[in-house]
Design a protein around this ligand. Structure first.
Ligand code: TLP
Length: 344
């Protein structure tokens, strides 16, 4: 086994032997003809879990979000979202390129928008202004440090968006983590949003795959845009089988990732030269600040790499660390040791 501890993302996991077996044995058909029974099973199961009429299997979380924006908006509309939200910061400008919309990014300390903040950013209905049309909430928030929108918070957001006739989309790439961390049913989080995307390729450990869920009419339109973006796939039950396997075997275990992240951030907080606030990281994502006088984040990441620990620099002084299926208890000890030695 390699001794590298990879904390860069929960996307780096390798499919387990059990998952590979499920993939190899998957019953498949041509999904562009709607003939793949494994894809149908996954779509129906996830739609039911999220309390939505229908779901659509797509290659990536980015495509799921871009399709959602395309269905909810018209060109020149405005979309309100968090300033470091994935749809704004990490989708290659896709909402502008594909939907012709402009973003209204709102900064927050923890990745979570408040209804008051959103309300203040809604444009007046007046010919001068872009039509505010859509609000996106990211649950959990990646750059917020794995923070969670509670179902009650989302309900308040829904009351606001309803009052202003806006659509509400949830980027739920890591909604599974929120569900496990708060021990609340998935549909508690999604009952108040018009659409939600979820990823199988993050904490659940699949090699590929996301789903977009909403009303049947929403998913019919989404299906057309998936085709337009080249996301129609053929015998893709091989990948859907990985998703079904992950829901059975890798969902409940996310609490281990959360416990390990807490051990990691707790340990890092004890190391002089690092600043970490474990209480701000309730799931599997943490951020670490390097104290003034320490090396900058880029060279620190290089030192860590030489010691067999991988992390991403997210600013001149900050790093992101994640736990996942391929990080065990011993990895946490090795990572802590790596951070200590890299600072020495
Ligand atoms: N996030 C990746 C990077 O793109 C930043 C990561 O390593 O965290 N929504 C959220 C909240 C995400 O964090 C990501 C991936 C996506 C959507 C996009 O998923 P994919 O990579 O499947 O397009």
């Amino acid at each position: 086994m390699s001794t590298v501890v990879d904390l860069r993302s929960d996307t780096v996991t390798k499919p387990t032997a059990g998952m590979r077996k499920a993939m190899a044995e998957a019953e498949v058909g041509d999904d562009v003809y709607g003939e793949d029974p494994t894809v149908r099973r996954l779509e129906e199961r996830v739609a039911a879990q999220l309390g939505k009429e229908a779901a659509l299997f797509v290659p990536s979380g980015s495509m799921a979000n871009m399709i959602a924006v395309r269905v909810h908006t018209e060109a020149s509309d405005e979309v309100i979202l968090e300033a470091m939200g994935h749809s704004y910061a990490y989708e290659a400008g896709g909402m502008a390129g594909i939907s012709g919309v402009q973003a209204r990014p709102l900064p927050t300390p923890d990745g979570l928008l408040s209804p008051e903040q959103v309300e203040a950013a809604i444009n007046p209905k007046n010919a001068h202004f872009a039509r505010t049309r859509l609000v996106i909430v990211e649950n959990t928030s990646n750059r917020g440090g794995g923070t969670i929108y509670t179902p009650e918070h989302i309900e308040r957001m829904k009351q606001l968006t309803e009052r202003h006739e806006l659509a509400l989309h949830m980027d739920g790439a890591r909604l599974w983590n929120a569900h496990v961390a708060l021990s609340r049913p998935l549909d508690d989080f999604t009952q108040h949003v018009a659409s939600v995307s979820v990823c199988l390729s993050k904490g659940l450990g699949c090699p590929v795959g996301s789903l977009l869920a909403g009303t049947r009419a929403f998913i019919e339109r989404a299906h057309r845009f998936r085709k337009m973006l080249g996301g129609g796939m053929r015998q893709v039950g091989i990948l859907a089988a990985a998703g079904l396997y992950a829901l059975d075997h890798h969902l409940a275990r996310l609490e281990e990732d959360h416990a390990r992240l807490a051990r990691l951030t707790g340990g890092l907080a004890q190391i002089p030269g690092l600043s970490v606030q474990p209480e701000r990281h309730p799931t599997n994502i943490g951020f670490v600040e390097l104290a003034p006088g320490s090396p900058d984040a880029k060279s620190f990441v290089e030192r860590l790499r030489a010691l067999g620990v991988l992390a991403n620099a997210t600013g001149t002084r900050s790093l992101r660390v994640l736990t996942h299926l391929d990080v065990d208890d011993a990895s946490i000890e090795r990572a802590l040791d790596g951070f200590r030695r890299a600072l020495a």
